[in-house]
Design a protein around this ligand. Sequence first.
Ligand SMILES: [Zn+2]
Length: 372
Amino acid sequence: MLGKSYTIARFADIPVKLHWSFGLLVLTLIFIEYQDHGSLIGILYLSAYISILFACVVLHEYGHAMMARYYGIKTRDIILSPIGGIARLEEIPEVPIKELLIAIAGPAVNLVISSVIGVIFLISRQSLLPDVNAITELYNLQGLVLLTFWMNIVLFVFNLIPALPMDGGRILRALLSMRLDRLLATRIAMYIGKAIAIGLVVYGVYNLEFILAFIGVFVFYSAQAEYQNLKLKRLLQTTTAESIMNVQYSKVSTQMDYSDLISLYQQTGENNFLIFDEQNTPIGNIPYQFLADYAKERTLTQVRDLYVANVTKTRIDTTLYDLFELMQKHGIAIVAVVDTQGEVQGVIDRHLLQDWMTSSSRRGSIISRLFS
Ligand SMILES: [Zn+2]
């Protein structure tokens, strides 16, 4: 996410990473505190507050991660940045109840922490409203616990703002998709998210709360990306290999020279090639990388000296979604698209699939790529 993150801990087999700008923010806060009050105690308490906030955010993210684990979904990592934490799940379940419970699990952790403190304060008949004139009056143990209570209330309420991709937005989308088609539900959640995001930016800029304004910008584009990605996924799931395959592909033989392949590439625009034997059976392939390597070194090479002796075949009715997964997972450059008799009808290579996806999704995915 926009630069480097550092792994600082690992619990339950999930790395907790800190975005570098978080460290910068902490140092800035400590510096401001020192300038304002110039006391070592102040810095000590401020550090304690930041550590507690930090711990509460981490616990919140573990709420998501543990619920996801319950449903068999892995969490790649948890990243902490100045605009909040992100538990990066390997997938977001499309079953509404699963998405709902995973989204709720985070804020629920904060609610539990606040409730525990709240109950203790009520039993011991102490006020939960800090009756102080200055922050320095909270520089004691009781103040620390009191602030932890309010910190968690804020985390709870803030995360429930119904703006995708925040927890509240996911809850909203999950609830809507119990009744509506998921794509439509996401679209509605996106519009609500964008409206709230604009509100956050206006409020943030007007009140000089720039982190809030930045969160607004982030929410706006993430809501958009969330919808675009789902739309693309749907499109991939409903389009077959047959409808995009290249039927005018070149059939390469092992007797060809690489220099001929370069000419073919220049004439036809094909990037990856299938190799056929005399019986017109596909026997191997040449990924684009081999061409690029040859173009650099220009050593005398024939196709038979350098090719991948393996052909991946896919049926004409395979969805592009399954095909994309297959090619990604095994690093396949080109596949032969075959009919029910096993005859090759066309080819699809990485470039063709990528171009098709780019032209279908147009915009919206850039931000999601930055943040993933
Ligand atoms: Zn959350």
